[in-house]
Each structure stands twice: as C-alpha cells, then as structure tokens.
Write a new protein. Sequence first.
Length: 501
Amino acid sequence: MSKGSYVLAIDQGTTSTRAILFDEGGKATATAQVPLTQIYPAPGQVEHDADEIWRAVLQVCREVLAEAGAGNIAAVGITNQRETTVVWERATGKPLANAIVWQDRRTAPLCAALEREGWGAHVAETTGLVIDPYFSATKLAWLLANVPSLAERAASGEVCFGTIDSFLLFKLTAGRLHATDATNAARTKLFDIRSGTWDARLMDRLGVPLVMLPEVRDSQGDFGLVAEEHFGAALPIRGVAGDQQAAAYGQACFAPGMLKATYGTGCFVVANTGAEKVASATRMLSTILHQREGRRTYALEGAIFMAGATIQWLRDSLGVIATAAESEALAERADPKSGVYLVPAFQGLGAPFWDAGAKAAIVGLSRAASKADIVAAGLEAVAFQTRDLLTAMRQDMAVSGIAAAHALRVDGGMTANAWAMQRLADILGETVEVAATPETTALGAAYHAGQAVGFYGHDAALARAWAPSRVYAPKMTEAEREARYDGWLEAVSRVRSEAAP
Ligand code: ADP
C-alpha cells in the first residue's frame, strides 16, 4: 500500500482550473477552483494565457494541500481540456504565444487545403480523427507560420509543443519532463494511434519538427516528481488523461461495449471498443481510451454540439426560463401531445447527419403551443440527438463484433434534471445511470494515478465500487417512443440544407 491518504487530481478545464483530493473510497474531500480568462482576439478565435493556467494550478493545489498536507498525498493525476495547443521555450518554460483553444476555428482554411489535397483517408486511418480545426496539428502549424522566428527556433530544438497536460508536466517537474500521455497525443492529429508513434507524413506536411513533440507515455505510470519547490514535497505524478477519456475511466467503463455520456454545454459520448481501433462509417472519432503497460485500449467518440447550450439559449436568448434548473418544472407542465420539436442545429447538424449548412428550427407549433412545450422540446432534443449518436456508434461497433452495453452512464450539469434524464431513458428505451460523483473527470485522473501506486485496487475492484446516484428506467411504450423519434427525424429533415445529401 502506498503512503498517503489522498490522491490529488488536477482538472484543467476550458473555463476553470480545479484541484480535488480523493480519498480511498473515491470520495472528493476537498476542492479548490479558479476561473480561467477567455481571450477572443477575433471572431472564431479563442485563446488562453498558459501562464495564467500554470499560476492557477499552483494556487488550487496549494489551497487543497494546505488542508491535507503535501505529505499526505499518495500520487498526483492530471486531466485536461484536450487539443488546446501550447508552445513554450525549453530553456525557461516560458510560453511563446497564447495557447490556441480547441474551439478556435482560425485554421479552417488550412483544413480545407488538407481536405482538397486528399489527406482525409490518411488522417482517419492513422489518427482516427477527421480533418477539422478542432485538433492541435493545424493550430501548431498556424503558430509555426505566424509567431516570428518560432519555426527556426523549433527546428533547432529550443521550443516545446504540448497540449495542456504536457505543459503542466513540464512546469510541475521544473522542466525535467517533456511528455504527454497517449490519450492526449491521440487528439493532436499528428499521432498514429495504431502504432503509438508520431506520424512522419503529417508532421512533414505541416512543418512540425520531431524535436518539439513530447514523448508519449502510458496514461497510468511514471510522469516524474513534482519539483519540491512547488508544494514543499516531491509528489509522484502517476496518471494523465484527456478529459473525456478520464470521465469514461471515472465512470468505470473498463469493459468493451461500455458507454458514458457527459452532458455539459455540449455532450460527449465515449464507448470503450477494446484492444482494436474501430473504423467509423459515420465520421465518429476513433481514439485512445487509455494506455497501460504499453497496451492501448480504444474508444469511439461522438459529440452533440448543443446539449446544455440549448438550455442556455432558451434562458439567455429566448428568455422563457430564468435559470437552467427551471426547465425541469416547466417541462413537467408541457402537453405531451404538443407535437413541438426543437432542432438545435445552431452550429449545423453534427453526427451522424454532418450538415454544416443546416439551421436550427422550432417546428410543429400550433396556436395552443406554450413556452413549456418549447422548453420540453429543447430538453427532448438532447435525448433524440443522443439516440442518433448511439445508433450510429452501435452500428460501427457491431461491424467490429463489439456488443454495446444497453445502459448509458451519464454525468455533467444536465443530469441534475430528472425530467430530461427520464425522457432520455424513454427515447433510448434503455436504462440511464447517473454517476454518484459529479466529478467523474477528476476521479478518472485520480483512479489512474492511484492505481499506479496501489492506492486504488484493480479495475474489478473499482468497477464494483461504482454505484449510480440515480437510475432511470424507460417507462414510455415502444409505440410512443418510435412515433416521437419518427417525428424528430421528420423535423430534422426539414432543417437540412439543400447541399446535404
Ligand atoms: P460545462 O462543463 O460544459 O461547463 P456543466 O457540466 O457544468 O458544463 O453543465 C452546465 C450545463 O448544463 C449548462 O449548459 C446548463 O445550461 C446545463 N444545466 C445545468 N443544470 C441544468 C438543469 N437542471 N436542467 C437542464 N440543463 C441544466
């Protein structure tokens, strides 16, 4: 058994930086949080100040360690916003530009060029991804082309590239380690997830020199020690994983076929597909769920752009609710036969329709329609979109002979809404299980680090310890479920752009 009573998890997210202490039972016993400044230099551009992130990490860790004592920490785990791209000076750890955040669209023209040049098949086959500005590769290429002298300095080995985990590892170890884990590497669009190596062809096309890339390590294992100067003790860093992969780990999705969905601003569904990379026929992403002892476990991932964001729109733009939580009581008052559908294609339609030109709409309004009906339709849209996504994912999994679980583990802010979760179970026709801890992402990082030092038991023990706080079983009749879903597909067909097939 390891020394220490807690694992320290660092959760560096898009909007905040948090430190959480977890005890042996996986319970969060202390939390500190600092919000993160969003920098918008131009429309479609989003940046973070990496130095601000580092200062926040120091602050939140010191805050929770002041309560527990650094000597009481068995290991440190890191989870982070993925794809966000940092470049820093190797000699000093100083960032050489603002970090370009995953949401940033400035590299759309470069992505279009890659598409025209026919890189799509190579990207899908090696990285498991699609060509999109979302991923790090084109952001890094942009920095190399636009930050004065960066390309020359990078070629001579003076500059490090990394995602946020990598930058934090470098800072925490006082520059001793330039590394990342396989889950984060898998989101750069420079990493061959089949062989676990950087892809020379993509690096060459994008002008990325190998010397600036981090060493890729297991998600669970040795990431060196936190330099003593930071927290007064040399704490071992033993786990690193990107946020969605960490959440799946925190949800104990250890077996092939298991699924989790996180309902925040958007929704991310991740399915464990086991030891083989699964190719998707519906542009779902293939990625690495975790890597342990050199062995990779793969995942399929799909996203819904507008989940909680639809509720924000109902609140902030339409003004039909004052708080997100109010949506629950209103939905309960909605007319179940209203026939109102809200298709939240505010950013086009994502998987499996992939119609960027589609526009959002509320359809099926009658004179009797009320704001309650519209709010219910907004919540129900999240359930329909989840079904769209799961259907596509299960098809991909079936082709590879993987039996998908018929229960969905869920977490995130929207899971507080009992009406929405019941409707999700009803529209899916399967059980929805809400995680006991709202901190599944941080817990996943803690599990990785804790398992590495023997603080937590093996997978089977963690799987047994997993217990939902609430379970929703489907109550709707099959006939009603299918009728409603047909209505959704009909509503979706009405918002498709003419360009779509
Ligand atoms: P993120 O991590 O993306 O910021 P959270 O997991 O904190 O998201 O969830 C916040 C989102 O969940 C917001 O978009 C909010 O509108 C939505 N949300 C929060 N509470 C509720 C609720 N009771 N009903 C419906 N949506 C909710």
